[in-house]
Design a binder for this molecule. Structure first.
Ligand SMILES: [Zn+2]
Length: 169
């Protein structure tokens, strides 16, 4: 694994990154749709321009669809014209695992949720300033949470999960 991208903002609360128990994982996986399962667990890619989050512009945070860990902030989303939700920087780089992916005859860097290991997408070096990173993520891998709504707490970890947390004050 390699680390890359911007340093995390220091005033964000700490999340419990210990993995779900096998029972928690299986329970959450059983609640996925076939499309979500194919991307998150089988490392598939959704078709471009079909994701429901592509046009989402509200303030908020994008969390892992499987375990609920915050992965990206709405303020770091940009229109990459690729057909997938794209971000310039992660919520916290400790929340992502970066894995070399040499499938399909290309060398890419795969992005996974560090807590549950689910597939999110890939990161490329052709993004806009200031990071020049393009985190290209599947809509079905993410759950959007508006800034006025509580964060998910799918693993019963407690606050800051499960709490309304104004990231944007
Ligand atoms: Zn996760």
């Amino acid at each position: 694994m390699v680390r890359r991208g911007e340093q995390a903002v220091s005033n964000r609360p700490t999340f419990d990154l210990s993995p779900p128990t096998p029972l928690q994982f299986d329970t959450l996986a059983a609640g996925l749709t076939a499309d979500e399962r194919q991307v998150l667990l089988d490392h598939g890619t959704e078709s471009p321009f079909c994701g429901v989050l592509l046009s989402e512009k509200r303030a908020g945070v994008y969390c892992c669809r499987l375990c609920g860990l915050p992965l990206f902030l709405a303020g770091n989303k940009f229109d990459s014209r690729t057909g997938w939700p794209s971000f310039t920087t992660p919520f916290d780089e400790k929340h992502l695992a970066y894995v070399r992916d040499s499938s399909y005859g290309m060398v890419r860097t795969e992005i996974r949720c560090v807590r549950c290991g689910s597939h999110q997408g890939h990161v490329f070096d052709d993004g806009p300033p200031p990071t020049h990173q393009r985190y290209c993520i599947n809509s079905v891998s993410l759950q959007f949470v508006a800034s006025t709504d509580p964060l998910p707490d799918k693993l019963d970890r407690g606050a800051p999960e499960g709490a309304v947390w104004n990231l944007f004050a």
